[in-house]
Design a protein around this ligand. Structure first.
Ligand code: NAP
Length: 266
């Protein structure tokens, strides 16, 4: 069966890469693009894609559903749009594959409930890079032995949310192996607000935003006389595409919400 794919956010940095990836994949067909502004009737009408990309563009998801009948919606948009898109897609029986970050815990719970109730599968992956998923898994394992941890995530300066979805996901995974406790000196005091980063169960998360960066993260685990550093770097957006393809192929066979690629790689 050819998987009929729609992409929301196709003009963006991740979206463009995903468009080319799906167009080149023999097991998939890019049947539609969802945008929120009028960019022309097809992708080929934009100056971003070749004229031969005659993929129809829709600004309304219901209209897109009726006309193009996608099986899967890949969302690579913005934190403001993603919850609404994912909820609507589940209601329309379109399986969401979501790379956009910035969900709240309550939103994730609500989407998991909706996915379970409707039996429409959904994959939300804060990081599609396989190496980053391994970094999270290794950090989760190591936290059992070295529970004093700080996370430093580094991204390009156009990123809208902080901390990154990957940092939040890493902290969430680690917290299942680490007892909640405050780190650093009990009398520690910030002389400049924010100097110690965000506090997640006592772990600290620091967000760096600089031009030139793509997506990078270090997990620092300190112990008496030792430091374990687990680091992953995505140097370009190609690093995310094998995860996008794997998620599209997996979501088709899934009837509930999966949060994180670590649940679908061995
Ligand atoms: P980007 O370049 O800003 O692209 C986002 C695109 O979505 C823009 O073209 C934007 O259009 C469009 N958009 C915004 N609202 C929309 C809506 N309601 N409907 C359709 N399109 C809409 O950002 P990016 O770097 O590609 O990243 C996109 C998202 O993926 C971010 O949340 C980022 O954190 C996440 N990300 C995830 C991974 C992963 O592995 N999961 C990796 C990298 C990035 P305008 O610019 O015209 O508003």
């Amino acid at each position: 069966m050819t998987i009929r794919v729609a992409i929301a956010g196709a003009r963006g940095k991740m979206g463009q890469e995903a468009v080319h990836t799906v167009m080149k994949n023999a097991e998939m067909e890019l049947v539609a693009v969802l945008d929120y502004k009028d960019i022309g009737a097809t992708l080929g009408d934009t100056d971003i894609f070749p004229d031969s990309y005659d993929v129809p563009v829709f600004t309304d998801m219901e209209e897109m559903h009726d006309a193009a009948e996608p099986h899967v919606l890949v969302d690579l948009t913005s934190p403001e749009a993603v919850y609404k898109h994912t909820k609507k897609a589940l209601e329309l029986n379109i399986r969401p594959v979501v790379g956009t970050t910035g969900f709240s815990d309550d939103e994730l719970k609500e989407l998991a409930r909706l996915s379970e109730d409707t039996g429409v599968g959904c994959i939300i992956a804060p990081n599609f890079a396989v190496g980053a998923v391994l970094m999270m898994k290794f950090a989760e394992q190591a936290a059992k032995y070295l529970p004093d941890i700080e996370i430093i995530e580094m991204h390009h300066d156009q990123k809208l949310d902080a901390p990154s979805g990957t940092a939040m996901k890493t902290a969430h995974l680690i917290s299942s192996h680490r007892q909640t406790h405050e780190q650093g000196h009990v009398h520690e005091k910030e002389t400049l607000e924010g100097a110690r980063g965000a506090n997640y169960d006592g772990m600290r998360i620091h967000s760096v935003r600089l031009p030139g960066l793509v997506a990078h993260q270090q997990v620092l685990l300190g112990g008496e006389g030792q430091l374990l550093t687990i680091r992953h770097d995505s140097f370009n957006r190609g690093s995310f595409m094998s995860g996008v393809v794997l998620s599209i192929k997996t979501v088709i066979k899934t009837e509930k919400l999966i949060y994180g690629l670590e649940h679908i790689i061995d």
